[in-house]
Design a binder for this molecule. Structure first.
Ligand code: GTP
Ligand code: MG
Length: 342
């Protein structure tokens, strides 16, 4: 399936049906009275988060969503039919913005969540509605109200528990492939990964979702490389796995480059708990590991894990560290949600 994480969509809810002007006319019945029915309501445009989607690609092919108009009321007190709603199915993690791309209208983070984006117009009253003691033959009926139209922007921010960051070629995709059933493209050139990938990781009877995103280079926040827009996909991650290529020139500098980009991007990424790992240990001599790990430790202020995504060295430890960090953020969130009773 192709990946698309931004889409612009035009939506229009249904207009209400007009009310009807009509009088009862039957043989032998005088003054039958008004019997014009009300118009039906126009349909709504609704967005709903559904299971089994992880891209907005459908919105490349369909960019207009119109709900049905309500039908007009009719004589003999017949109410017009309501217009059908149209439901836009989106993956969980989709944010819906106004046309300006800044005003957040809705954030659908859980499957099943739905939001009405454009309400259908009400149907107009038929003349039967306007019958009063003093006006027993009203000749007025209301028109239906028009539907709403607007342009909205959908922005998908994948929901993963942990996200892998690092320079291009750090081995992020190799790591994801080693620990999950995901099969990202892997190659020894930068920017192999051009869009985010998710994998489910199972360790010690629990599981979590790990996201692999395109590599970051210096200046990514100014658009260098693939830029930093994919960082949006790890905004909601609880922890980061920062992979540093041990075969690179200076592990400490590689680390710092990526950190600078995380900080420049903002949105709380730099404050997330981070597990640091020196990757490609299999390709290094023990001395090289020692010196690179020391540089990395100085830069990151914590002892890095030593990993080889290819041979599997240190992989289980890394997953356990991620799992523990994820669990910790959960318990912290709970502590905030339930303040102690005085
Ligand atoms: N020796 C060794 N090579 C590795 C290891 N992990 C990854 N590689 C190699 O490093 C190269 C880049 O790996 P990828 O997994 O594509 O790197 P990436 O970080 O996803 O790169 P981008 O998607 O371009 O950002 C590939 O040739 C891998 O085979 C490792 O643990 N040891
Ligand atoms: Mg990759």
């Amino acid at each position: 399936m192709k990946f698309l994480d931004e889409a612009k969509v035009y939506i229009r809810s249904g207009s209400g049906g007009n009310g009807c002007v009509s009088f009862r006319r039957e043989k032998f019945i005088e003054f039958g009275g008004p019997n014009g029915g009300d118009g039906g309501r126009g349909g709504d445009v609704i967005a709903q988060a559904v299971n089994g989607l992880n891209t907005l690609i459908d919105y490349r092919y369909q960019q207009h969503f119109r709900a049905q108009n309500g039908r007009a009321g009719m004589g003999k007190d017949r109410h017009g039919a309501n217009g059908g709603d149209v439901v836009m199915k989106v993956p969980a993690g989709t944010q819906i913005y106004d046309e300006d791309g800044e005003t957040l209208l809705a954030d659908l983070t859980e499957v099943g969540q739905r939001v009405v984006l454009a309400k259908g117009g009400n149907g107009g009253f038929g003349n039967a509605h306007f019958k009063t003691a003093t006006n027993r033959a009203p000749r007025r009926a209301n028109p239906g109200l028009p539907g709403e139209e607007r342009t909205i922007r959908l922005r998908l921010k994948l929901i993963a528990d942990a996200g892998i960051v690092g320079l291009p070629n750090a081995g992020k995709s190799t790591f994801l492939a080693a620990v999950s059933a995901a099969r990202p493209k892997i190659a020894d050139y930068p920017f192999t990964t051009v869009h985010p990938q998710l994998g489910v990781v199972r360790i010690d009877n629990s599981e979590f979702v790990l996201a692999d995103i395109p590599g970051l280079i210096e200046g990514a926040h100014e658009g260098s490389g693939l830029g930093d827009r994919f960082l949006g996909h790890i905004e909601r991650c609880r922890v980061l796995l920062h992979l540093v290529d041990g075969t690179g020139e200076h592990a400490g500098k590689s680390y710092a480059t990526v950190r600078t980009e995380l900080e420049a991007y903002g949105h709380g990424l730099a404050e997330k708990p981070e597990i640091v790992a020196l990757n490609k240990a299999d390709a290094l001599t023990p001395e090289q590991i020692k010196s690179q790990a020391a540089r990395l430790k100085r830069a990151a202020n914590k002892t890095p894990l030593i990993v080889s995504a290819v041979t599997g060295t240190g992989v289980a430890e890394t997953l356990r560290a991620l799992m523990a960090a994820i669990a910790e953020t959960h318990s912290k969130a709970k502590a905030v949600a339930t303040p102690r009773q005085p």
